[in-house]
Design a protein around this ligand. Structure first.
Ligand code: SF4
Ligand code: SF4
Length: 264
């Protein structure tokens, strides 16, 4: 079957053990205000227009005959500064597995592997499962997930992985809804299952100033993760850089200013 991927990053060193290839799945049901991959949010292929350096010449807006340009409404081939592209490319699971397995000897000799990331890989659960089945036993696999999926989907896909990185961002249900757009009940249920599953895993919490890095939140998450490994990830101050390229607004800095004003 086909899946939609927005990036394949080789020689990744922050997505699990060793040197890895990370596959970024398009689409995420969450809307974390700190998300640093805005081109991964929509589950559809979309226009990615680098705004810096645009001459406002309008050439890309003129009608063209290229079939691949019709869906996104801009010509992908005419920009003199090469600023127009798309986020999202369809892959057949077999073709993607074949590409990823080209480096399997290297991964296996260096202790690396393949990491599925996003976006949220579980949003394309059937495609994930097919890909992981094709990779199984040949190369180490890991997944980076928000854990926001029904229990059957979660257990089926993570059960095919050698390692699971799962986020626990905010312990309080209201705060979770406020800053990620979804309730955390299903995430906490999946976290509880993962802890006792026997699958190797690490929980992760992004340290977002004034939102997730509060003492109250971190103490509550500590109780949730229990004895499982737990990593705290540093906030990326450049997270907002790509938002305008996919015509989205980065709201985190305004939210943080408002929080500070309320504190003062
Ligand atoms: S063709 Fe390129 S430079 Fe001209 S308006 Fe489009 S993006 Fe900007
Ligand atoms: S779960 Fe990850 S990809 Fe989805 S919105 Fe949050 S930070 Fe972005």
């Amino acid at each position: 079957m086909k899946g939609l991927i927005f990036d394949i990053k080789e020689f990744a060193v922050h997505d699990g053990e060793g040197i890895r290839t990370t596959v970024f799945f398009k689409g995420c049901p969450l809307r974390c205000v700190w998300c640093h991959n805005p081109e991964g949010l929509s589950p559809k292929r979309e226009l990615y227009l680098k705004q810096n350096g645009c001459l406002s010449c309008g050439l890309c807006k003129k009608p063209c005959d290229h079939p691949e340009c019709q869906e996104i409404g801009r010509c992908l081939h005419i920009c003199p500064k090469n600023l127009v592209s798309t986020a999202g490319m369809e892959w057949e699971a077999e073709a993607l597995a074949e590409k990823l397995l080209k480096h399997k000897d290297f991964f296996n000799s260096m202790g690396g592997g393949i990491t599925l990331s996003g976006g949220e890989p579980l949003l394309q659960a059937d495609f994930c499962a097919e890909l992981l089945t094709l990779l199984k036993g040949q190369v180490h696999t890991a997944i980076e997930t928000s854990g926001f999926a029904n229990a059957d989907t979660f257990q089926k896909v993570v059960g095919l992985c050698d390692f699971v990185f799962m986020d626990v961002k905010l312990a309080d249900a209201e705060q979770h809804k406020k800053y990620t757009g979804v309730d955390n009940k299903i995430i906490l249920q999946n976290a509880a299952w993962l802890k006792q599953s026997g699958i190797k895993h690490t929980f992760r919490t992004p340290l977002i100033p004034d939102i997730t890095d509060t003492e109250e939140n971190l103490n509550a998450i500590k109780t949730i993760v229990g004895d499982s490994p737990w990593e705290k990830l540093a906030y990326n101050p450049l997270a907002g850089a790509k938002y305008k390229n996919v015509f989205r607004e980065y709201l985190l800095e305004d939210i943080r200013k408002r929080l500070k004003q309320n504190d003062g």
